[in-house]
Design a protein around this ligand. Sequence first.
Ligand SMILES: [Zn+2]
Length: 114
Amino acid sequence: MVKCPVCGRANLRRERRHAEQDGFELGIYVAEVCPTCGEVFWMERDVTKMEMKAKQIGIWGLEQRTRVATVGNSLAVRIPKRLARFLGLRHGLEVTLHPLGKDKLIIEEATKRG
Ligand SMILES: [Zn+2]
């Protein structure tokens, strides 16, 4: 058995796990999981498959850093073109902003809210 390289307190167990990125399912793979700290270790060949799946559904590389700017009295966040296209955001679209906890922001098309 292999000890967890993160916490070193338990042996890793093999489990079938759902792989997910940004809320999209990337498939079910066998992973080694630490029962103590919960760290998940994927097999390298499966990580390659997950990347291929993420590219196939168009979510690969969507995450990007951006800076908060000032426009008049408000703050503005530039949304990269590719991410905007993926989300269906366009100039003039009415959106609703709502916080998710203290460090995340949800941008939702206003007409999609009930
Ligand atoms: Zn651990």
